[in-house]
Design a protein around this ligand. Structure first.
Ligand SMILES: [Zn+2]
Length: 449
């Protein structure tokens, strides 16, 4: 569609921050020069609005979208590994094709309503691996949201499921390479060093290399990952990944909480991106990432706690300010820009996340009567202390309207939610029959972390 967004304040770019009072023209899925659209083009009044690039969530788990309020009848977990054994590794085994779809619809709709236009997802459903990424991609395509998907390959459910996971990544990558799904791309997913054998890790790294995509993997989220690597192979996690040739500039490393200085050096030398998940780290009490040392290649993810990147940016900022008062207000904006850079790489769209002619038209319109001036020097303050998901009015992805006046365009939100509530009820019932996961990471006898 062709449309002119008029009268708004346009944030052309987050990194560097460029703000302009200007109209914005969308045509053929892209931003075009305003004089390139014909007279009489549909106009959308954006007076009193901020027009911003769509947010990217650089690490999430849509499969957990129906976990909200689910029953839990075990003793409270005391460690991160117990959280996995008692909560997430039970939920993922309960998923079937219908509940995978319901989870993707629920998480995808909430993402769009929060102004997130790309989800970089890490999917697991060990009882329904084959075709699972297609189910997620199809649900997200119905909503009109962009995604970069992968299957979480792991040996925790046995060698057969590990093989199936790898095959699902390969199958989906072939489909996206054939451009069967315009709004979806793939990566190679791997769970984490502590649930991967040497052979499975090598196979994941090999697939990522041959397909020229990144490996998306949890790295040192908890100290247990480091203890396992020490016991398993006498090395730190990042050294293990480096030796397996699993680390390059396309890699996406979720968390990176327990990295020592040598590992941070390896990550930076490889130019891999670390995804910081501030709220998830706090919620799981796994520790604090060395954000200053990690530098520029740090993006933000929710790790499944919704997809509201305004909120995630705020939490990451306040959490970091608590220990480093010199953290600048532009830090969260730079992190969001890093997420859009990663998504842009996946789609071979270097201008993704920039509202300039030629860029894909992933645009969010925020209803925001700013009470103080908005320009390049003040935007970061407005981002942290003013705007939020509640101000999202309209969303375009690839030039198509997907949210208008705060409502999804392509689906009936009430009908969708009724369907996902029903899916959640079935999922929770099945969950009651699934026991605590028996998988344990290895423990180093030296106790080194
Ligand atoms: Zn995660």
């Amino acid at each position: 569609m062709t449309i002119m967004l008029t009268g708004g304040t346009v944030v052309r770019s987050l990194r560097p921050t460029i703000v302009e009072a200007t109209d914005l023209a969308l045509d053929g899925g892209r931003i075009v020069p305003i004089d390139a659209v014909p007279e009489g083009t549909e106009r959308l009044d954006c007076t009193g609005c901020l027009v911003v690039p769509g947010n990217v969530c650089a690490h999430t788990h849509l499969y957990s979208a129906l976990a909200r309020g689910m029953p839990y009848d075990f003793a409270p977990p005391r460690t991160f590994v117990e959280i996995l054994q008692r909560v997430w590794w039970r939920l993922d085994r309960a998923l079937d094709p219908a509940t995978i779809r319901a989870s993707a619809l629920a998480g995808g709709m909430e993402a769009l309503l929060a102004g997130t236009t790309t989800l970089i997802d890490h999917h697991a459903s060990p009882a329904a691996v084959d075709g699972s990424l297609d189910i997620v991609a199809a649900a997200l395509a119905e909503l009109g949201i962009r995604s970069v998907l992968c299957y979480e390959t792991s040996d925790r459910d046995g060698p057969e499921v590990a093989r199936d996971g790898l095959a699902e990544n390969a199958r989906f990558l072939a489909a996206t390479a054939a451009r069967e799904r315009p709004l979806a791309r793939g990566m190679v997913g791997a769970h984490a060093s502590f649930t991967l054998s040497d052979a499975t890790l090598a196979a994941c790294a090999d697939l990522a290399r041959t397909q020229r995509v990144g490996l998306h993997i949890h790295v040192a989220e908890d100290a247990a990952d480091q203890r396992d690597a020490a016991a398993r192979c006498g090395r730190r996690v990042v050294a293990r990944l480096t030796d397996a040739e699993a680390l390059d500039e396309r890699s996406l490393l979720a968390h990176g909480v327990h990295l020592d200085a040598d590992e941070i050096e390896l990550v930076r030398a490889a130019r891999a991106t670390v995804v910081h998940n501030a709220r998830s780290n706090m919620n799981n009490a796994v520790g604090r990432a060395s954000l200053a040392a990690l530098g520029d290649r740090v993006a933000l993810g929710t790790d499944g706690i919704g997809a509201d990147m305004f909120e995630e940016g705020r939490a990451a900022y306040f959490r970091r300010r608590e220990e480093d008062l010199e953290t600048g207000m532009t830090w969260p904006l730079d992190r969001l820009a890093e997420g859009t850079r990663v998504a842009g790489e996946a789609f071979d769209e270097p201008l993704l996340g920039h509202l300039v002619p030629g860029a894909p038209a992933d645009v969010v319109i925020l209803r925001y009567p700013a009470v103080t001036p908005v320009d390049a020097s003040t935007l970061a303050a407005h981002w942290l202390f003013g705007i939020g998901a509640g101000t999202v009015r309209d969303v375009f992805v690839g030039g198509d309207p997907v949210v208008r006046d705060g409502r999804p365009v392509r689906v009936d939100p009430d009908a969708l939610a009724a369907g996902t509530r029903e899916g959640a009820t079935r999922l929770w019932r099945r969950l009651e029959t699934i026991d605590v996961h028996p998988f344990e990471p290895m423990e180093a006898t030296s106790g080194q972390t």
